[in-house]
Design a protein around this ligand. Structure first.
Ligand SMILES: [Ca+2]
Ligand SMILES: [Ca+2]
Length: 391
């Protein structure tokens, strides 16, 4: 585990449960939040649909729930690990891209997978392994994503060729993939592919002849294939073409930037966060570590990033026209060299004036602290934290 994540993890467990918003048009949503990390998914209809329609799925091969998750704007604590040997999930209703539904549709999911090396199915939308009447979203060498379908009569409609595709996942990193489909006036269909909320490529299907199978699978049929390996999460099917800002994940909302210089402890202080950067959830903490115990310090934020020598370190936040906003009061660094503070969206400076934090806005955070033992300027700073807040 990333050491930065490791020292943040214990407090993640106290995130309060909230109702996740259901996007209009959701056919089904597999969030895996009912699972217990480390335990296998077993039993008919045990893969619960956390959307409105109760379209549960059935695992085979014993895929194991995982606590390795991507940060979302809604609580997300559990995913599902597919072993690439015999794990599969079957669903007893037609896939959202099949002919039984309106033309407009979206498939989106999060995947964290090693290099598949060879051609492996991740979504195969028929419970038969006979190669006809199915969509096939597959992972290939280097993380390349293939996407095609075969009509009920077996004719191939190749949209992203499996070994010559413009779309790839990032290996061993959570990647959000979305596929949307719209219909055109001439009867053709257009499929658009997105990675981490960013458009990648569109492909036209000039003469659609869609599958009509009435089951589908994650990771291929229970027999007949060597399936993909990886951790999957937040699989959502919608019966309309979602806009990128409606996807469950639109890129990492939190990232470190800038630099920190070593302080009197011999380490560089790092800033991080705990919780969800959601204004309505109001459970988001900024945290700093690797600092001199017992010294005073202060979190602050501003509208721009910067990189300016300041004291023994670097000022990583710019004031722009809005200014700097201090998260008072001054704090004392604890015995372990840490400081943590709730960013309360209901209190100043976050709830009013030019420092007001609104959904969709991006702000830059840093911790300033005294460090007389360094025998320098007397103070130092962490690196910077860029946060884009959501609803
Ligand atoms: Ca989840
Ligand atoms: Ca297994």
């Amino acid at each position: 585990m990333n050491p930065r994540i490791a020292w943040l993890t214990p407090l993640l467990l106290i995130v309060p449960a909230t109702e996740s918003a259901t996007a209009q048009g959701t056919l089904a949503h597999y969030c895996f939040e009912n699972g217990v990390p480390g335990e296998a998914a077993e039993g008919t209809d045990s893969i619960l649909d956390c959307g409105p329609n109760g379209l549960d799925g059935t695992p085979t091969g014993g895929p194991v729930y995982s606590g390795d998750v991507a940060l979302l704007c809604q609580p997300n604590d559990v995913s599902l690990a597919l072993d690439g040997v015999d794990d599969s999930i079957t669903f007893d209703y037609p896939f959202v891209f099949h002919v039984q539904y309106p033309v407009e549709a979206t498939l989106e999911f999060l995947i964290k997978a090693p290099d598949p090396i060879l051609h492996r199915p991740l979504f195969w939308t028929n419970t038969s392994s006979v190669d006809e009447n199915r969509f096939h979203l597959n992972l290939n060498g280097g993380g390349m994503v293939g996407f095609d379908y075969r009509a009920p009569n077996g004719v191939l409609h190749d949209l992203l060729h499996f070994n010559n595709s413009e779309l790839s996942i990032d290996l061993d990193v959570w990647t959000h993939i979305a596929v949307t489909r719209i219909g055109n006036d001439d009867g053709s269909h257009t499929y658009s592919f997105f990675k981490n909320g960013t458009f990648v490529v569109s492909k036209d299907d000039a003469s659609p002849s869609l599958p009509n199978a009435d089951q589908w699978t994650i990771d291929g049929p229970p027999t007949g294939f060597i399936p993909a390996t990886g951790i999957i999460d937040e699989v959502r099917l919608s019966d309309r073409a979602l806009q990128p800002d409606e996807f469950l994940y639109a890129g990492s909302p939190i990232s470190n930037y800038c630099t920190a210089n070593a302080n009197s402890t011999g380490q560089s202080a790092l800033i991080g966060s705990i919780g969800i950067p959601s204004v309505s959830t109001n459970f988001f903490f900024v945290r700093a570590g690797h600092m001199p115990a017992g010294q005073c310090g202060l979190f602050y934020y501003g509208p721009e990033e910067a990189q300016v020598p300041f004291g023994d370190g670097t000022r990583c936040v710019g004031s722009g026209s809005a200014g700097f906003f201090r998260l008072n009061p001054v704090m004392t660094i604890d015995d372990n060299g840490n400081a943590i503070r709730l960013l309360d969206f209901t209190q100043p400076p976050a709830n009013c004036g030019s420092g007001q934090i609104t959904p969709g806005s991006t702000w830059y955070f840093q911790f300033w602290y005294r460090d007389p033992a360094a025998n320098g300027a007397g103070f130092n700073l962490t690196d910077g934290l860029e946060v884009t807040f959501c609803e």
